[in-house]
Structure formats: C-alpha cells, structure tokens
Design a protein around this ligand. Sequence first.
Ligand code: ATP
Length: 453
Amino acid sequence: MIPHVSARPLDIDTFVSLCKRRGFMFQSSEIYGGLSGVWDFGPLGAEMKRNYKDAWWRAVIQERDDMVGLDSAILMHPRVWEASGHVENFTDPLVDCLKCRQRFRADQLEDRICPQPPCPNQFTEARNFNLMFETTIGPVQESGNKVYLRPETAQGIFVNFEHVRSSMRRKLPFGIGQCGKSFRNEITIGKSFFRVREFEQMEVEYFVKPGTDEEWHRRWIEDRLAWYRSIGIRSENLRVRAHEADELSHYSKGTSDIEYRFPDGWFTKVWGEIEGIANRTDYDLRRHSEYSGKSLTYFDEETNEHYFPYVIEPSAGVDRGVLVALIDAYDEEPDKDGVRVVLRLHPVLAPIKVAVLPLSKKEPLTDIARGIRRDLSRHWMVQYDDTQAIGRRYRRQDEIGTPFCVTVDFETVNDHAVTVRDRDTMEQIRVPIADLVPAIEQLLAEKAAACAG
Ligand code: ATP
C-alpha cells in the first residue's frame, strides 16, 4: 500500500472543485442551473468509470468459472415490479417541514430536527413515497402503458434465470452478473454525488442450493471486501456492517454492507454504504414463478428433486465506488511551491496511464514525442501535453493520478532515450525509446502491486 502523506481531512468543496476543474465530473445540465441528483462524467471520469467496471467484470465474471455476464434492458414488463415487491415496498418515509416546506426522509432526520435552521422541528406525518420513476411505453398515454425505469438491475437477472441456465448449461452453484443504469427518485440529495437519482450498479445474483446459502453469503462478503482492497482502497477506511433485523429489506434473510469511511463533515454519518451483500433466499424466483406462471425451479440431478435456488446478491454502486476511489486516493504533500496534490490511484483505475511531455514545441522533439504517443496509445490511455513549464505539467498529471510521465528532452535526440517519472516517488529513470512499452508495462505492474492492500 502506498503511504499517504496528508492526514488533513479532505474538504468537500476542494474535492468537488478538483473533479470539475480536471474533467472528472460535472453537474448535469449545469448551464441551465443543473438537475438535482444527476451528474455527468467528464472525459477523465468516463475513463475511470470504465476502468472501475472493467476491474469488477474481470474479477467477478472473467476470472471465475462459476459466473456469466448479462446485459438486460432498463425497461421491463410492469408485472416484474409487482412480483419483486417494488410497487408495494420500494418506498421511503417522506415528511414535509411545516415551516420551510422542504421534504426529507424521516429516517434520515437526526432527532427529527429540520436541517435548515432556524426551523422549528415540526413535520407532517410520514407517508410512503415510492422511489420508482414512471414513464409510458408507446405513443398513446393511457392506462396499461405505464412502465418504470428500473431501480435495480437485479430483476433483469431473475427473469432471465432459466434462459441463462439452460443456454449456458449451468449447474448450481453459479451466478449471473451485470452492470447497468438504475434510477431512484431519492427524496434527499446531498451536496456531492453520494446519493444520486441516476446511477450505475454492478450486481451479481448467485444461485445456490438452499442450506448452503449462509456459507456462500460469508464467502461473497470476504471476496468483495478483498476486491476493494485489491483496487487500492485503504483497509482502514473499509468495514463490513451487518444489518439489524429491523433494517432488512422485505426479501432479505441477512444483509451486510461494505462501508467506506468518508472524510469528517461530509455527510451526517461518517461510514456510508458502497455495496450491499444480501441473502435474498428464494424470494425472487418464487415470486416471479407465481406472477408469470412459468416454472423457475431447478432440477438437482444429484438428489433428484426440484427446488427454488437461494440467491446471494452482492450489489455495488459504480458512481459511489468511483467517488470512493477518488477520495481515498487524494493526498497532499508539501513541496517547494507550497502543496503538491496527488491522486494515488491504483493504475488499473487511473484514467490516464502515461503522459508524454516534450520539453519543446519544436522539431525534432515534437516529432519524436508524437511518435511515442502513437506507440503508447496502442496499449494505454495516453495524454500529450506540451504547454507550460515541465513542473506545472507534472503537477497536472499528479492531480489526475497519472502513474508515469515520459519526458522527451534535448538529450533524447542523441541517446534515443527518455525520462520516465514516477507519480508517487517522483523518481526519474532513463529508458531507451525502443524499450519503452515493456518498461512501462513492468512499472505499471509494480505500481499495481504497491497500490493493492
Ligand atoms: P442507501 O441505503 O444508501 O439508499 P440502498 O441500501 O438502498 O442504499 P441498495 O439497494 O443495496 O442500496 O443498492 C446497492 C448499491 O447501489 C449501494 O450500495 C450503492 O452503492 C448503490 N446505490 C443505491 N442507491 C444509490 C443512489 N441513490 N445513488 C448512488 N448509488 C446508489
């Protein structure tokens, strides 16, 4: 694990401003005043999000022989959401402050005090507010055309359980994973992008024989915790919290959240959920069987019986995960110009892996540097930067977490070699241009090992 220098609590405004200034995240439709709870990923954010999902897909699907992937549609038959219990149960308790008229989630109000002082703490009675967005399908807006934007990707997996099992010839235990957009009309949205209304999830539904479910639940909790460490999230900022009985969702026999310790003062609670790992029992397959009239049981050839498999569901948020990876990587260290800001991102997540920086904007350096950029970009995301002093350019790359900078200097013309600078140690080594690709490959592998916990 690469040690951090700064113990200073990260200020939320500094962080949001970095995300915007460097092209990680922008508020949706900002030129029109923004849309609450909706964010766009800028060029670097889009790269990082793709890297984050790829790292998940590789660990959870590609490297396991008991998993397959899926990409189900956002819009589904409305009966799906009746069967899943979302029409009835996917609600939050909503209250209105009688003075300022703002709406809040009753269960998130500390001591029933309106967070907009100086309001007296008087609220309407709590009423259930369904978080699903509704829309209509087809050109005629009439009853029977109502559909929902899915609030989780899981149901797309359950309704395809039998198709996937039979087409992939799977036996228990096996799982189906997918990444995709989900939508929730959240009541209260904070200042940053922790809780948003449009987001992506990476979800696994892992089907097991009843009776083996608790063991698989434990194994998935351990695996998922290890994954966050493997992508560089520091262990001291991660914990597992089991839900109390009164917190459990209607389908759950037991849920444990993987939580991250956010910087002090960001949210009302310091520890926030980044992934929930639930034992959903056979609730979903049983309900879809009842509502659709189609059999969704599994025939166990060993015991000669039909039964509904139990399901373990590790459900992670992409946007929240990217947020956590950025926060966790943020570091500041003193240097001669004041403070060096550096994102100590795991190279797998870093949006740009290598920057190519020629010391002059003229030939022959630019010609050589452009050739290097072209070669490296066949392997990695590369940024070419020839503006301003080299020190400023290094700082810019540090601030976006680029693991290595390649500097093309005046010596390069004679020795056909370049300087490679390490983001974390700032050490520089001389590498022949002809060896650059394998050298960077090696350096990235070493940094990945150093970043993983
Ligand atoms: P919370 O209690 O924070 O509302 P939840 O328990 O309803 O979350 P789940 O239904 O377990 O969340 O969803 C799984 C994951 O999806 C969460 O751990 C989180 O990472 C992500 N997620 C859920 N809702 C949101 C949201 N509104 N904005 C961003 N990510 C979300």
